[in-house]
Design a protein around this ligand. Structure first.
Ligand SMILES: [Zn+2]
Length: 229
């Protein structure tokens, strides 16, 4: 939609678009169906490997690298070394950019570009601008499920709500782990233990929360990119 209606492609090279498609395809590669918060709380090996930082996104990125490293999947084999380097950069940045904790970073960055009235929002000659743009597009697309036809969006919603339900079940386990860690250290009393995780997700993470997040991003992204159409 962005490419068709806003002609975003004019800011990108065909290599950027190709890399964006690979990132979109692989951005959830080998997803275990568990949240970053849970993986960190239970000290899952993935959290340890990735130092509790964007655990899943880093795992998806490294899984993608491994998959693309296999001879039959090696899309880089037809590229020269500069293109390979750039394409890898785009793919990895876009996958890491799907980390929801970075959502406001995307929105703020786009607002800042929208405010820079004297220059074009993205410079096609700048590889870092093109990488940023692809990162915003892939994050935006990742949130777009609720804009799809109802039979598809309902399926997405059902799966999302199931994930949320399982996350809530696990949150008790996370609280227990957190409390026992504090008690073991004996420097804090049980009274200092964290309050139970707010149950806000039950009510607020409905169809509308992802839709609103998507809307907050698409509006500013479309505005920025259409500005000098
Ligand atoms: Zn996704």
């Amino acid at each position: 939609m962005l490419i068709r209606h806003c002609d975003i492609a004019r800011y990108l090279t065909s290599l950027d678009i190709f890399s964006a498609l690979i990132a979109a395809l692989a951005h959830d590669a080998d997803h275990p169906g568990l949240s970053n918060a849970y993986l960190i709380a239970v000290k899952n090996p993935l959290a340890i490997t990735h130092n509790d930082d964007a655990v899943l996104e880093r795992h998806h990125a490294s899984t993608t690298t491994k998959i693309l490293g296999e001879t039959e999947n090696n899309v880089f084999s037809v590229m020269n070394s500069d293109d390979t380097k750039h394409s890898r950069k785009v793919i990895l940045a876009a996958i890491l950019g799907t980390d929801m904790s970075r959502h406001m970073e995307h929105v703020t960055a786009l607002h800042e570009r929208a405010e820079r009235k004297s220059v074009t929002p993205f410079e096609r000659a700048s590889s870092s601008d093109r990488i940023s743009l692809v990162t915003h597009i892939v994050h935006c697309a990742d949130l777009s499920a609720q804009t799809l036809p109802s039979n598809v969006s309902e399926e997405f919603e059902g799966r999302l709500m199931e994930e949320v339900r399982l996350d809530e079940e696990r949150s008790d386990e996370m609280i227990a782990l957190s409390i026992s860690a504090k008690v073991t250290h004996a420097s804090t009393s049980v009274q200092d233990a964290p309050h139970p995780l707010p149950n806000h997700r039950k009510n607020s993470l409905s169809t509308f929360q992802p839709l609103l997040r998507f809307a907050s991003l698409i509006v500013v992204l479309a505005t920025v990119c259409e500005r000098d159409c």
